[in-house]
Design a protein around this ligand. Structure first.
Ligand code: ADP
Length: 374
């Protein structure tokens, strides 16, 4: 597991802030919980990437009012407190977080806050159990096909033409199997991982440009035109590799589920501290009954078509997890025969306004020094 790094936030000019002892910072760096250290006035002195990832800190402040109240009570009487609370995950507010929040005064006047996401812990357990069952089932198809094809090769061993035919089909099944295994590895990493520990500032226009580049050949094969809108200049904070994989999956689907000579367009925009990346196609669309289910693992509207496109049924599950792990979401609008638009929404990274977020960009090496940076 990658260590979360606890980073100093910039000091408010003219205000003497309490010290954060080195030992505390070292302990926070190895705890899996989201953690912060705040001054008695509630301003955040230190926080780790997990706290930012859950949207609990923005612009050197604690975003959740219930947590702020708990801190105030601890500041008032100096007694440590623990409380469980259900809150909406900032900034989008779509996801419900079930938090266990522990607040304790440190000797120096600063306040320590440790936060665990109980819903996430439960969800990961359930997801893991289902996932193992689903994967075993899905692996049976290509493995079974390979076994049958091997038998066919043996039976046709004196007919070179037939042997070549079956061997080619074995190659297709083997490549399907390897895609499936890769997607399973990616998804299980996403389901158990905290992407914000490898997070960096990501330029959205550059992300779109790279994703488009990666699907250019696929689009060319079907004579599908790839279009992009004006650059949006937005930044997000996250794992670039994962974000790129998510966008590439949406683009690959848009191409695979569209007839030749159509267009696939990517548009980006910023609305209220949220960055939207929309992938729009003029493809076959998705019926209303299926549209809510396409993000489920291994759900395919038309399994036969998905087999032809080489789909694993995991592409959109990966997109959903990447979006959620970054504090965002992925939604879909679709109409059969007209096309689909998949939109990823992510919290916008604002370098000029958030000293805490800027601080956690720094390399982890100074995190154990305990020196707040002015
Ligand atoms: P697959 O590997 O089968 O493409 P995904 O998880 O990426 O798996 O997608 C799940 C299902 O959603 C697909 O099998 C397909 O039926 C449907 N789908 C995904 N994207 C599109 C799209 N752009 N247009 C139409 N149908 C789509």
């Amino acid at each position: 597991m990658t260590e979360p790094s606890t980073k100093p936030a910039a000091r408010t000019p003219g205000v003497v802030q309490p010290d954060v002892p080195d030992e505390v910072i070292r302990v926070l760096n190895v705890l899996p919980s989201a953690s912060m250290v705040v001054a008695p006035d509630g301003s955040v002195l230190r926080c780790n990437a997990r706290a930012t990832g859950l949207g609990l800190v923005s612009r050197s402040s604690v975003t959740i009012p219930d947590i702020r109240h708990l801190i105030e009570r601890v500041v008032e009487d100096g007694h440590a407190r623990e409380q469980e609370m259900r809150v909406r995950r900032p900034p989008l507010g779509r996801e419900l977080l079930e938090l266990r929040v522990r607040v304790a005064p440190l000797g120096t006047g600063a306040i320590l806050i440790l936060i665990d996401d109980l819903a996430e812990e439960r969800r990961v357990d359930v997801v893991r159990r289902d996932f193992v069952a689903n994967v075993s089932h899905e692996l049976k198809t290509p493995v079974g096909a390979l076994a049958l094809l091997a038998e066919a090769v043996l039976a046709a061993s004196d007919d070179p033409e037939q042997v070549r035919h079956f061997a080619e089909r074995m190659q297709v099944e083997a490549s399907r199997l390897s895609h499936l295994v890769q997607d399973v590895i990616d998804l299980s990493r996403l389901q158990g991982d905290d992407p914000m520990t490898r997070a960096e500032v990501v330029d959205v226009d550059e992300l779109v440009r790279r994703a488009i580049d990666e699907v250019r050949t696929l689009a060319g094969r079907q004579d599908i035109e790839l279009l992009t809108g004006d650059p949006c200049g937005a930044l997000v904070y996250g794992d670039e590799r994962q974000l790129l994989a998510a966008l590439r999956n949406l683009l690959a689907n848009a191409i695979s589920y569209s007839p030749s000579h159509t267009r696939v367009a990517v548009g980006t925009r910023q609305v209220d501290q949220v960055v939207e990346i929309a992938v729009k196609d003029q493809g076959i669309g998705i019926a209303p009954n299926d549209v809510d289910r396409v993000f489920e693992r291994f759900y395919r509207v038309d399994p036969a078509r998905s087999r032809v496109t080489g789909g694993t049924g995991l592409g959109l599950a990966i997109v959903k997890h990447v979006s959620q792990n970054h504090g965002g979401e992925c939604t879909v609008w679709s109409e059969p025969g007209v096309g689909s638009t998949f939109t990823i929404r992510l919290p916008e990274y604002q370098p000029s306004s958030s000293s805490v977020d800027r601080a956690i960009d720094l390399d982890a090496t100074d995190s154990a020094s305990g020196e707040d940076q002015a």
